[in-house]
Design a protein around this ligand. Structure first.
Ligand code: PLP
Length: 355
């Protein structure tokens, strides 16, 4: 049995992949999901169902729209300031990693970014907590889970300014209060569906205030006003997302998956803290449940543990190239049995060292 601890793209349950592959061959009357018209009642139903599932699972209040876009979270780095930052105004950004940094870079094309705090000097191993968000900021932007470094921000900073959040790598993994946000975006590929698809949840009344002309495909209003079908939507990705969100609902929804995700993370961090061969890389209070980063106490053992893991069917444990060490990504689809298997592996490795 293989255990996939990879960071993606698109780690989904086997049963979702199976359902999706069947629909490629025969979705309706022998036609593939890829070839039916996106304006057909059948696809409109898929789109409506996917939209409804996002709203239901995240308890999205009225006054918000759920949009399906393309371009990944990276396009949102630019679309957010293009749509929400009036010319010459400043937006506040919390710099907690590479993705936040890339988001900050895009702002200069539209206005100014005020980096209210950063943990760059510490290679992003913690989330800064002591900072102020100026009240005249157009919005405050942060990344809820730092996929590369393994930190996660569980408590939303208190602020009066509109809050924008990149939730690419922890959306649908734990309960959130959508009403506290003005815009949430996420590349779909961790807990939702195939890469490229992008979900945006936006408070309707923050749109249309940038004062600039926005190309239609980059204007949230085009998606909102056309049920995310201003142009041909990524039909297959939306279909797979719908299947996966249905899987999540059948598991008991986000409250249930959150319990499981917490149990998975608690178990693995407990072993990392107990086992003298391993150590976590991040501040304990900021540890991510989705991406668990760790190194060996003795770096010379790294290669042999990597080989041991590989020989025993563990995939994707290598840390991101900018951090090194190991990273166990534990998205919704990863069963807790895989986490227990990894803990056993670490304990066996320890025993072998002591022989
Ligand atoms: N933001 C976060 C937190 C991510 O983890 C990623 C990719 O993994 C991105 C943004 C970039 O997403 P995309 O590749 O969809 O543009």
């Amino acid at each position: 049995m293989r255990h996939n601890f990879g960071a993606g793209p698109c780690i989904l349950p086997q049963e979702v992949f199976k359902q999706a592959s069947r629909a490629v061959l025969d979705f309706k009357d022998g036609l593939s999901i890829l070839e039916i018209s996106h304006r057909s009642p059948e696809f409109e139903e898929v789109m409506a169902e996917a939209n409804k599932l996002v709203k239901e699972l995240l308890n999205v209040p009225s006054g918000y729209s759920v949009l399906f876009l393309q371009g990944g979270a990276s396009l949102q780095f630019a679309m957010v300031p293009m749509n929400l930052l009036p010319e010459g105004k400043t937006a506040a950004y919390l710099e907690t990693g590479v993705w936040a940094n890339k988001a900050i870079k895009e702002v200069k094309n539209f206005g100014k970014a005020n980096v209210v705090a950063t943990s760059k000097e510490a290679n992003f191993t913690f989330i800064p907590k002591d900072y102020e968000i100026p009240e005249d900021s157009a919005y405050f932007h942060y990344t809820s889970n730092n996929t590369i470094y393994g930190t996660e921000l569980f408590t939303l900073p208190v602020t009066k300014v509109p809050v924008v959040c990149d939730m690419s790598s922890d959306i649908m993994s734990r309960e959130i209060d959508v009403s506290k946000y003005d815009l949430i975006y996420a590349g779909a590929q961790k807990n939702i569906g195939p890469a490229g698809l992008t979900i945006v949840i936006v408070k309707d009344d923050i749109l249309g205030k940038s004062g600039r002309a926005i190309p239609s495909m980059l204007d949230y209003a085009s998606y909102k006003d056309n049920d995310s079908m201003y142009n041909t939507p990524p039909v297959f990705s939306i279909y797979v997302a719908m299947l996966n969100l249905n899987w999540l609902k059948s598991k008991g929804g986000i409250a249930e998956i959150e319990k499981e995700n917490k149990a998975k993370a608690d178990a693995l961090y407990k072993e990392i803290d107990r086992n003298p061969l391993f150590k976590g890389t991040c501040a304990v209070e900021d540890r991510s449940r989705m991406n668990v980063c760790f190194v060996m106490e003795k770096p010379e053992l790294e290669k042999s543990f990597a080989k041991f893991a590989d020989d025993n069917g563990f995939e994707g444990l290598k840390g991101h190239r900018s951090v090194g060490g190991f990273r166990a990504s534990m998205y919704n689809a990863l069963p807790i049995t895989s986490v227990h298997a990894l803990i056993d592996l670490m304990q066996t490795f320890e025993e072998n060292q002591n022989k």
